[in-house]
Design a binder for this molecule. Structure first.
Ligand code: MLC
Ligand code: AMP
Length: 514
């Protein structure tokens, strides 16, 4: 008898979780269409065949900036299936941001919305991209037109665990975005661990249904949510955008919900959120940003459910999780739970000494989800790893005697707003380049909805009168909307320490109250 060879291509491994009845519903989209498991297989095969017909070199990047749709999901699956590298990009990125990603990643194929074809194709062709296709959220565009001629059969590419599956760009503290290279092995091992840890229910156990309301260009929506459902053969209720009232309506037919804290805050703002409404739900998961203890307890009071908070990042996928099963311990608000199986997590002092239980320091990790390095940045990659192979997360935290991790802050200058990362250095760079600006500092302040939002504090060049509104308007014309500081102040000077460094902690305290 031939031994069963485990699948190492992520797509092939996900398919092993598909239910026996391939005609059953895999994805129920909010525009009313239902896609069967067979539809996902057929569509991904056709797209894979199209990609293969382009005769791209091994490791070619497929850069995708499109609105959320089930077809975009099948393009992701097709890229894995063809053994190529998926590179998703936030739909909010404007031309300067897109130019950087395309120049840096040199994708062989770019897929964009039809409405952006003019400027995106110009950037892509200038950077040497050979093919630009369009894909719209109404199932139109040249990508699907071209794929229609291809077969619904496609042998899955042989991918080794270390072969790249995706590149996820994360902004850099110096302002330059870095592409985190993730392999089939990284993504698959994490998906399998989470399937067990979160008790995903097989069809025989009644099955699970996931409400998918997150964007699909970041780790949370693309990997944690999609892999979770597919690997378990669980249906997804696919919402193009998060709307609290729509989500409330779907709770009756679903069992699992994943969100960034802002989604929970907005759901709590709905009077319709009651115990009865979530009666059918099994699990609420939060991550990507700190979940305030008030949100955690308000959710418990209103729904009777305890949110499971987990922690991760683009470079590592998921690292820790509060327990799902009672016998593994309680879900403790304010903590992100113990390290997942296979993850080694330690807390170190500034000098690299490993700290004892309870002490606060830099969080370092090692494990099967930790990425392969930053695209084209070997020095930067080397800087972020210790000599003994731990990745420096840039988060600051502590671990208690039971192994529960609490994230207390970040050593990286980063604002997390509604689950999106905003790097002050990048925004400051743009502000400083505006006419009449001498200098600027961007800091994060607490916000009831987004958790944290950016505030810009700007100094004018001598003799120049700056208008804060005009500064924000100019930024809006250039940068992704979520990066725009929510407020801007023009001041005479910035607080500095003895070394002349701007004291952002003082600015934060000052503008938090303002
Ligand atoms: C929108 N805006 C934001 C914002 N989202 N501003 C700051 N932060 C954000 N996150 C701006 C809009 O541009 C608009 O500005 C104004 O705020 C109001 O917009 P809105 O209509 O309320 O926003 P909405 O479309 O509802 O989006 C909010 C949101 C969205 C919370 C649904 O931001 C979202 O989907 N966030 C999830 C991000 C995510 O998936 N993160 C995972 C990263 S992975 P104006 O001026 O134009 O009107 C990761 C690893 C891990 O971190 O551990 O998971
Ligand atoms: P990203 O680079 O978008 O993947 O963001 C990763 C960062 O999000 C981490 O380094 C953390 O700072 C933050 N993060 C993710 N999950 C949590 C959480 N549950 N609590 C606090 N911070 C989190």
């Amino acid at each position: 008898m031939q031994a069963h060879k485990p699948q190492t291509n992520l797509f092939a491994a996900l398919c092993e979780g598909f239910p026996a009845d391939l005609q059953s519903v895999a994805v129920e989209a909010d525009h009313g269409l239902r896609y069967s498991w067979q539809d996902l297989l057929d569509a991904s095969a056709m797209l894979s065949n199209l990609l293969e017909s382009l005769e791209l070199p091994a490791g070619a990047r497929i850069a995708v900036q499109v609105e959320k749709s089930v077809e975009a999901l099948t393009l992701y699956l097709a890229t894995l299936r063809a053994g190529l590298v998926y590179l998703p990009l936030n739909t909010a990125y404007q031309s300067a941001e897109m130019a950087y990603f395309i120049e840096d990643a040199k994708p062989a194929v770019v897929v964009c919305s039809g409405i952006n074809f003019g400027w995106v194709s110009k950037l892509a062709f200038t950077a040497g991209t050979a093919y630009v296709f369009t894909l719209n959220d109404d199932r139109s565009g040249s990508l699907l037109d071209r794929a229609a001629a291809f077969s619904r059969n496609h042998p899955v590419a042989q991918s080794a665990p270390d072969d790249l599956a995706a590149i996820i760009y994360t902004s850099g503290t110096t302002g330059r975005s870095k592409g985190a290279m993730l392999s089939h092995g990284n993504l698959l091992s994490n998906a399998r661990v989470l399937q067990k840890k979160w008790g995903w229910r097989s069809a025989a156990q009644g099955g699970d249904v996931l409400i998918h309301a997150l964007p699909i260009f970041h780790v949370h929506g693309l990997f944690v949510a999609i892999h979770g459902a597919l690997l378990n053969g669980s249906k997804m209720i696919w919402l193009a955008k998060f709307d609290p009232k729509t989500v409330l309506r779907h709770f009756a037919h679903a069992t699992v919900f994943m969100g960034v804290p802002t989604l929970y805050v907005r759901l709590l703002g709905e009077s319709g959120l009651t115990r009865q409404v979530v009666n059918n739900m099994r699990l609420f998961i939060s991550g990507s940003a700190p979940l305030l203890i008030e949100t955690f307890t308000d959710w418990q009071t209103r729904t009777g459910h305890t949110i499971l908070e987990r922690y991760g990042m683009s470079e590592t996928i998921m690292l820790t999780s509060n327990p799902y099963f009672e016998q593994e311990g309680a879900r403790i608000g304010g903590t992100v739970g113990p390290a997942l199986p296979g993850v080694q997590l330690r807390v170190v002092a500034d000098d690299g000494q490993v700290l004892p239980v309870g002490e606060v320091g830099g969080v370092q990790v090692k494990g099967p989800g930790v990425f392969q390095g930053y695209w084209n940045m070997p020095e930067k990659t080397a800087e972020e790893f210790t000599a003994d192979g731990f990745f420096k997360t840039g988060d600051v935290g502590r671990v208690d005697a039971q192994g529960y991790v609490t994230i207390v802050g970040r050593s990286k200058d980063l604002i997390i707003s509604g689950g999106y990362n905003v790097y002050p250095a990048e925004i400051e760079g743009y502000i400083n380049a505006l006419a009449g600006v001498a200098e600027s500092a961007v800091v994060g302040v607490p916000d009831a909805d987004f958790g944290e939002v950016g505030v810009a504090v700007v100094i004018a060049k001598p003799g120049v009168e700056l208008d804060p509104g005009a500064i924000l308007a100019q930024l809006k014309a250039t940068l992704a909307n979520f990066k725009i500081p929510k407020r801007c102040y023009v001041v005479k000077e910035l607080p500095r320490n003895a070394m002349g460094k701007v004291q952002k902690n003082l600015l934060r305290a000052q503008y938090q109250a303002a």
